[in-house]
Design a protein around this ligand. Sequence first.
Ligand code: FPP
Ligand code: MG
Ligand code: MG
Length: 352
Amino acid sequence: EDAAGSAVDPFALVRDEVLIVSDRLCQSIVSNVPALEQAAEYFFRPGVRGKRLRPTLLLLMSSALSEQPPPPELLLPDHRPPHERPQEQRRRQQRIAEIAELIHVASLLHDDVLDDAETRRGISSLNASSGNKLAILAGDFLLARASVTLASLQNTEIVELLSRVLEHLVAGEVMQMSAGPEQLTSMAYYLDKTYYKTASLMANSSRAVAILGEQQPEVADLAWQYGRHLGLAFQIVDDLLDILGSSKQLGKPALNDMRAGLATAPVLFAAEEQPGLIPLIKRKFKGDSDVQAGLQMVQQSSGIQRAKELAAHHAQLAAQQIEALPQSSSPHALAAREALINITHRVLVRSK
Ligand code: FPP
Ligand code: MG
Ligand code: MG
């Protein structure tokens, strides 16, 4: 048994298929401009590929909504050029997993430029090692390739869903950088921003998988809600780790958020008990003394505890969406559903 109190490894169920998706991802970022290809594959190299949480949960969602397991040939690499491959349902759902990962990594490349980040996933950020210009262009390139894959699905509803995600990522980032004093101290504003920055990608790509699975609108809504609540829980835990974790553990500096002038859920809860925090939040934690004073007030409050409870609340709501799916007697679908619920527990106990 692991820390989540379960012997199931939700990642194991679709591990082989995630490898196929990763393989396809690497193929889709080939370019005849070597400098571009090198930059674009920076976070797709072995060792720095991340947890592949998004492809994993999208493939699990595909399985959760399907009576049949994926046909075995779809778990083997396909070396035919894209236009010669048949467009089975499962293959189309795999495309969503690819697109989601491409968008995610593109947003990280751009984010590290905006945040002046030095490290990511335990290595130098691309902007730090190759400069802002190349990092931005590499992100643009990944988005371009995501667009090509998206177009290949020939489904305008899916194009709109994923385009909306791009809009949300940008909107969330601009909400964060342009917040005024009232917005900086508002939990509602923080949660809206968090949906845009993190949860929208998981929510709308989950919906896309359901639509490609020819599910009823009610089921597509459950898939969307699952992604939304899981995304919110995931980001609130991320915000907690920024305060509780060490930089070594995280692969990026700790206390990054406060240093960058951001008040996240634990800080906003703490401010309800520690009014002294409010002026610090409003002036975006000027200097190390503000950060240290802020940290102390957070530690003297129930902010950490309440943020943990909020994350747990969203994780539980995510799990409830899976329980509300139409009944299935397919062992394959039921195992995937169990794994999706298991992820809602794991998201709460992760340490990086
Ligand atoms: C990480 O946040 C950043 C995001 C989840 C989204 C960033 C979005 C943009 C930069 C807009 C551009 C969008 C596209 C589609 C390229 P963080 O800085 O809080 O987390 P970190 O600790 O991982 O850096
Ligand atoms: Mg960042
Ligand atoms: Mg950022």
